[in-house]
Design a protein around this ligand. Structure first.
Ligand SMILES: [Zn+2]
Length: 494
């Protein structure tokens, strides 16, 4: 029986965040220790779930390490050493008895002194296991992929969907190919071609044009050329490192021209880059746009600039301020992080009143605190709920003590703990309210919310005021990215 070590060390690092990247901040999206790792992921919706599924089917013995993942600020050097150290400790103890490694990484991880977390993990891994041990790696399509990652791993397998509904498939493929490599059925090569391009995250949902066309093109090319895998990595524009940006990555059989194919796919993406341009609406324009849409039902406005799934504080108020100013019937904000207001609402009880300064506490980039006076407490819950979205369905969530408060016509869900971006209406259920009673819904997300909301909403409209996850990249104070890069620089060349 073959023995494979697996790990799931995921971090999407937003270097513009002024938060501290300590262990608790990283573990907010979930953490599992060695003993519980296999049970934690088996049957789930993540990369490691797909790896475990394939291993179970193929009769592979797994050596667990740990699982951790979220988007957040730059990881401290101490926490990098703690997390990667736990993985390396087990790797070193088991190295002589392993046949291969299957690693679920992200691609946009960065720590103090380590701008390329995945490159660092792979370098340290190779130092331990040598050059011959087969290593297959899954990566998030927001990974900023480097040539070094491709050189250190045998295969890099990216997801194809944004929202990320296909993590299991990527993990399954990585483990299946690893099994073939361990059995010496064939050899593979992986190549990356980088582009001077930021894929605009607000126009990158793969369910919609133009990205659906890009995704289908890459998939058809892969089939035609009988490639092992091919991925268009969108990259993550919020990690300010000199290799940030989009890339094409191809895994082929050895000698079948992975680099040539990656170049061809990169050229296709580059020539179509203008299709990715996005209209950048401020909240007032987004509300106007929503009101102009005829028919019954609700419109979702997503405040992409304060997406906790991209490392944001989740207490930004630009959209909320516009909602309160308009005071339109059937408006709800899902959500604002403010533990003090949530606590005050719980103390006041349903029917009671709360006053104070709501949101805007973490920084002033995402909007100032909003004074609220005598807002009524409509409903309360403990914030414990379960993901309904196809992305991560069934995973447990804990937003901490949560309240629904009302000011004029505007309802506001106030949470105490940042555990996930708005993916669905699970907090509506927990608070005993019905999404269909609303006309205008504000969410904290960029594209993941679309997996649940797009099929049921009249329209989905992004808004991009200032924030560390705004799609208006010109508002970000870049120091390290390589220029020129499109769309910041019209003169970027490839
Ligand atoms: Zn992602």
């Amino acid at each position: 029986m073959k023995r494979v070590l697996i790990t799931s060390i995921n971090h999407e690092t937003n270097t513009f965040s002024s938060d501290i990247g300590d262990f608790e901040r990283w573990a907010v999206g979930g953490y599992c220790d060695t003993e519980e790792m296999i049970d934690y992921y088996r049957g789930g919706t993540s990369y490691a779930s797909g790896m475990i599924k394939a291993a179970d089917e193929l009769g592979i013995e797994l050596v667990p390490t740990l699982g951790i993942g979220c988007a957040g600020p730059l990881i401290t050097a101490e926490v990098r050493d703690r997390v990667v150290g736990q993985y390396l400790k087990i790797l070193k103890a088991e190295a002589d008895r392993l046949d291969g490694l299957c690693l679920a990484l992200h691609g946009a991880g960065a720590a103090e002194g380590t701008p390329d977390l995945e490159g660092y993990i792979l370098r340290e891994t190779r130092k331990t296991v040598g050059d011959e041990m087969p290593i297959c790696v899954t990566l998030d399509l927001h990974g900023n992929i480097t040539e070094e990652m491709a050189a250190l791993a045998d295969g890099l397998f990216g997801i194809k969907e944004y929202p990320h509904v296909d993590c299991v498939e990527a993990g399954y493929l990585a483990m299946s190919v690893l099994a073939d490599l361990m059995d010496k059925k064939y050899e593979i090569e992986t190549a990356v071609t980088k582009l001077p391009l930021f894929t605009n995250c607000c126009n990158a949902c793969t369910f919609n044009m133009p990205m659906r066309e890009f995704k289908e093109h890459v998939a058809a090319y892969k089939e035609e050329n009988r490639l092992v895998d091919a991925t268009y990595f969108h990259g993550f524009p919020y990690t300010d490192v000199d290799f940030a940006g989009a890339s094409a990555v191809v895994v082929s059989r050895k000698g079948e021209g992975a680099k040539k194919h990656a170049d061809i796919l990169a050229r296709y993406i580059w020539e179509n880059r203008r299709k990715l341009d996005v209209e950048l609406l401020l909240p007032d324009a987004a509300v106007d746009r929503a009101l102009a849409i005829p028919g019954e039902g609700f419109v979702v406005i997503n405040e992409a600039s304060d997406n906790p799934g991209g490392g944001c504080p989740g207490d930004g108020t630009w959209l909320l301020t516009e909602f309160l100013k308009r005071d339109l019937p059937g408006t709800i904000s899902d959500y604002i992080l403010d533990p003090a207001i949530a606590k005050a609402a719980h103390e006041a009880g349903v029917g009671g009143k709360v006053s104070g300064m709501l949101g805007g506490h973490f920084d002033k980039i995402h909007g100032p605190s909003v004074p609220i006076e005598g807002f009524e407490v409509i409903a309360l819950c403990d914030g414990k709920t379960v993901t309904k979205s196809p992305m991560g369905r069934g995973s447990a969530l804990d937003f901490g003590p949560t309240a629904l408060i009302r000011g004029g016509n505007v309802d506001i869900i106030v949470i105490s703990r940042l555990c996930r971006q708005t993916m669905d209406d699970c907090l509506f259920d927990a608070l005993g309210i019905d999404i269909n009673d609303y006309r205008l819904i504000g969410v904290k997300s960029t594209a993941h919310y679309r997996a649940y909301f797009q099929p049921i909403a009249k329209a989905c409209i992004p808004t991009n005021p200032a924030g560390i996850h705004t799609a208006n990249y010109a508002l970000l104070d870049y120091k390290n990215i390589k220029r020129p890069i499109y769309p910041l620089d019209e003169d970027a060349v490839f």
